[in-house]
Design a protein around this ligand. Sequence first.
Ligand code: NAD
Ligand code: 0WE
Length: 254
Amino acid sequence: MLLKDKKALIFGVANNKSIAYGVADVFKKNGASLAFSYVGESLKKRVEPISQEFGGDFIFDCNVSLDDQIKSAAELVKKEWGQVDILVHSVAFANRDDLQGRFIDTSRAGFNLALDVSAYSLTAICQAFEPLFSKNASVMTMTYYGSQKYITNYNVMGVAKAALEASVRYLAMDLGSKGIRINAISAGPIKTLAASGINGFKTILSTIEEKAPLKRNVDQEDVGKAALFLASDLSSGTTGDILYVDSGYNTIGI
Ligand code: NAD
Ligand code: 0WE
């Protein structure tokens, strides 16, 4: 029970395929208390039963591009829990049109949207929740290798993930003096809602099976187990870092 008596706030469950769902599952099995965010009424209907399944303490509406909603979320969490031990940021969005064709065609509005929801939101959340983080709290976010190398169609999301990963390093310094750690998990491709309808996604999955050291794709449970390490005291000496959960794909050259 690595997370006994720990309170974990989870942003980014959409359904039972979400990476955040896999993380919640492992956290629950290790004794954590959970609370979940959702965005708008349609996702509330999906998140409510998932929260019930995990015996969640409460759910809350939070569009991470709205400062007011982040502030209200922090107020609610303060009232319900008083403090937060673990915070999971598993949120990204870009216009579908910007995840195909040439990156050079990205509009200013599309760029700003992707960077706002997928990168700045981590800083906005840390800012609002900083007073609620317990001593030795652990924050984590989800990233992808398209931040480091060109990946066909990932386009503006690659730029957003590069900003997200750099944000992790700067937030680690600001929060470090309080004993708070923040890291990113760089997951290999997983078939979730955010991956559905992506051109060439099947090719990406089969490339991993063929080329990655482990010769298989990762799943939500692989990510959940890495998240357990980052959430628990086992990672007491690790912050500002990117932990790859990608069957080793990022380590290969030829
Ligand atoms: P998902 O669709 O299940 O989760 C994405 C979540 O983002 C959803 O819950 C959605 O409601 C939320 N979201 C979008 N816009 C939001 C907003 N404005 N405010 C609040 N929430 C918002 O897909 P997923 O694959 O589980 O994605 C979770 C994270 O994992 C993302 O950061 C994604 O970039 C990252 N990731 C995914 C993969 C993959 O292959 N699936 C690989 C590496 C990293
Ligand atoms: O980060 C992601 C997904 C991000 C994402 C996906 C969507 C699809 C639906 C952000 N915004 C949207 N907007 C939508 O309207 N991944 C790591 C999964 C992913 O997405 C890709 C990938 C991979 C892998 C897009 C192109 C190429 C590869």
